[in-house]
Design a protein around this ligand. Sequence first.
Ligand code: TMP
Length: 242
Amino acid sequence: MTNQFKLLYEGKAKKVFSHYDPDKVIIEFKDDATAFNALKKAKFEGKGKLNCLISARIFEYLIKNNIPTHFLELKDENTMIARKIKVIPLEIVLRNTAYGSLCKQTNIQPGTVFANPLIDIYLKNDMLNDPLITKDRIALMNIISSKDLDLIINLTLKINVILKNFFKNIKLELVDFKLEFGYDSKNRILLGDEISPDNCRLWDLNQKNDTIVSLDKDRFRNDLGGLIEAYSEINQRINDFI
Ligand code: TMP
């Protein structure tokens, strides 16, 4: 990124730069991968580009389905232009099937399919290790109003219906995902961050038996190998479908 744009924020997987338009930002996707709050780190050449392209396609699909998102356009393969938002410091996780931290923290068996999606809300705070949080704690900490919290929960449920169907069309099971939201300059709530195999669990449905084949960041979290191959496969399936 040329230095005519100011670096506003650097996260674990993305850099956010200023834009000529104060209502917009430039988001650069990095090749870095982290897991377990960056206890585990690696670099995968091409991951930034794949996540940027996948996210752009999914945001466009969500926008077509009337979901308000921060996405505006792709700038190049690993950079997008987005509406500038003030990020709400909450990570909204929706789970259709039990896996990951849920199974480590409870006795719910991995692979249990839920009749209704489970919503888990985490405080976005690396210093505190993103703890699971309650509605009452959110109110006490004055993070957002209960009306806006209900609004983002309802948006998450709506996004799940759209994405579950989208991924089913390309033979992927949407196991769970994490979303972030924010307020734009007109105080509208928009979906932010990214939607990619970094923050969605996606299992291959092209399997003859019940073996779980993860095509997402679990390949790195669980040392399965083949991360770039998995992300490329998702990108390919999306491009063939859209
Ligand atoms: P978990 O099983 O580790 O709680 O993860 C649930 C989903 O949320 C999974 O799709 C990965 C995603 N996620 C993130 O995107 N960022 C995070 O920091 C964490 C903990 C999970």
